[in-house]
Design a protein around this ligand. Structure first.
Ligand code: F6P
Length: 555
């Protein structure tokens, strides 16, 4: 990773000057003066169209941003990523999720191990197993086919499979329902157990480490619940594991033949392409999962080969850097206009914020510029009736990524045109705004007297000049979804390189985990309360008192 502070770069300083020189020119003015702005600032790759014309940029600004990308050696870092160099330096790990989606025969070798062969072998096992479950050949303890899959996992072992199962729900097998349990809050698991039959349920315990407290607590509770009506000898028909930790899996009591492995070079938030996708494969079938991998591979190929000027992840990343580091935006809103992408913003939160939510560089130096923004959002049109007010007229500049899908998989008349109209109208409104003069003319035309109209003008004026990207696809298919996820993965990678971050570790989640372990022992009485601060002491005392009336079993 680059070791020079980002703001020491002459290109960075030129971009600061560029911003000062150009910030008074609005996007509306640019569109009015540049009839071919869409053609200039849009591109296609891997089944996706990116329209980035509604950004506060011109050709020179973009050229400078790309110069910054070159100066930070994006191309060199990209090569190291694909070559399997140990770019996750704090954990001494390669980052090779791209090897999971490459077609067979790419010859990936890591530390002398033919990981290409390993990947293909696990995919074959996933295919065979999923076909058995889907056909009804894999049966539960009383010979009936499986009807319900419960994926127990958290973080990357939950967000990816849940988001993809939701996004591809129209491809789902009609007999199968997938459920996802992540929260250690027992209400999560209990709500699912109420509705399933243990004899026709398959539990997938998904955990890279097989030590994550939430997942292991839920897995143990699921097993106890199963054993209330079944025998130990039936467990093998109902519990499988996805993990890198063979001894953890066998220690839990799952037969290694029922374990689908992956490897330490797959980061948790990049693991949907691995056996962590088992629930997806079972639900939508192996060919659809392969198409999902292929879509991502197409984006990988584009990212690897396209010049930076025509490279979708690089452009998306550098636009984000422009707003974060030069215009002071601290968050990005994600607005998918497709109900089946309702979990997409949540998925991106882990991908982006766990990767780039860091304030030290890969070299251990304090960063001197801002790094990863807050990622948030919800589906259009729901967001429009909740927080778009702030996006239109609030005091912060929040860039938006619209995701629009042209085709629908339902046949309800009228909906799709209304949906797309809303999406495009919002993007246009954010860009153009509405001037005071335009508001005045409208109000007077509606018959308002001059004084009433004037009082309303400031409230009804929209500054506009609020940037957005539009990502467009023909249809939400396994392939376009794969390309979309890979696009954001590479965007996050590029931004991490610009900021000089190791995007592949996540030490920030450790402290809370350690303290929670101590406090859990104090709450269950297996350890004497230690001295915390007065607030934490008081909270523990209140919880201990409550738990005396409703005791919980220690682990
Ligand atoms: O929250 C930290 C984290 O390590 C994530 O990176 C990961 O996706 C999640 O926990 C779950 O980890 P595991 O799959 O090992 O249970």
């Amino acid at each position: 990773m680059a070791s020079t502070p980002l703001n020491d770069s002459p290109v960075f300083r030129r971009l600061q000057t560029r911003h000062a020189e150009t910030c008074s020119t609005t996007m509306r003015t640019r569109f009015d003066g540049e009839p071919d702005r869409f053609r200039q600032f849009s591109m296609h790759a891997a089944g996706l169209t990116l329209d980035y014309s509604k950004n506060r940029i011109d050709r020179s600004t973009l050229d400078l941003l790309l110069e910054l990308a070159r100066e930070r050696d994006i191309e060199g870092h990209r090569d190291k990523l694909f070559a399997g160099e140990k770019i996750n330096t704090t954990e001494q790990r390669a980052v090779l999720h791209t090897a999971l989606r490459a077609p067979a025969g790419q010859g990936f070798v890591l530390d002398g191990q033919d990981i290409d062969a390993d990947v293909q072998a696990v995919l074959t096992r996933m295919q065979i197993f999923s076909e058995r479950v889907r056909s009804g050949d894999w049966t539960g303890r009383d010979g009936r086919a499986i009807t319900d899959i419960v994926n127990i996992g958290i973080g990357g072992s939950y967000l990816g499979p849940k988001m993809v199962c939701q996004a591809l729900r129209t491809f789902a097998h009609p007999r199968l329902r997938c459920h996802f349990v992540s929260n250690v809050d027992g209400h999560d698991l209990a709500a699912i157990l109420e509705h399933i039959d243990p004899a026709t349920t398959l539990f997938i315990i998904a955990s890279k480490t097989f030590t994550t407290a939430e997942t292991m607590t839920n897995a143990r509770s699921a097993r106890s619940w199963f054993l209330q009506s079944g025998n130990e000898s039936d467990l093998a028909k109902h519990f499988v594991a996805v993990s890198t930790n063979l001894s953890g899996v066998t220690g839990f009591g799952i037969d290694p033949v029922n374990m689908f492995p992956f490897w330490d070079w797959v980061g948790g938030r990049y693991s949907i392409w691995s056996a962590i996708g088992l629930s997806v494969v079972i639900l939508v079938g192996f060919p659809a999962f392969r198409a999902f991998l292929d879509g991502a591979y197409q984006m990988d190929t584009h990212f690897r080969e396209a010049p930076l000027e025509r490279n979708m992840p690089v452009l998306l990343a550098m636009l984000g850097v422009w707003y974060r580091n030069f215009l002071g935006s601290s968050s990005v809103s994600i607005a998918p206009y497709h109900q089946d992408l309702s979990l997409f913003a949540g998925y991106l939160q882990q991908l982006d914020m766990e990767s780039n939510g860091k304030h030290v560089s890969a070299d251990g130096e304090l960063l001197t510029t801002a790094s990863g923004p807050v990622i948030w959002g919800d589906t259009g049109t729901n967001g429009q009736h909740a927080y778009f007010q702030l996006l239109h007229q609030g005091s912060d500049l929040i860039p938006i990524d619209f995701i629009a899908v042209l085709g629908a998989s339902h046949t309800l008349p009228g909906h799709q045109a209304a949906l797309l109209a809303n999406c495009f109208a919002q993007a246009e409104a954010f860009m153009r705004g509405k001037t005071a003069d335009e508001v005045r003319v409208d109000l007077v035309a509606q018959g308002l007297d001059a004084a009433t109209a004037e009082a309303l003008v400031p409230h009804k004026t929209f500054s506009g000049n609020r940037p957005s990207n539009m990502l467009l696809m023909e249809a939400l298919t396994p392939a376009t979804l794969g390309a979309l996820v890979a696009l954001y993965e590479h965007k996050v990678f590029v931004q991490g390189v610009i900021w000089g971050i190791n995007s592949f570790d996540q030490w920030g989640v450790e402290l809370g985990k350690v303290l929670a372990k101590t406090i859990a022992q104090e709450l269950t009485g297996t350890a004497q309360p230690a001295q915390h601060d007065s607030s934490t002491n008081a909270l523990i005392a209140m919880a201990r008192a409550a738990l005396m009336h409703n005791p919980i079993a220690p682990d």
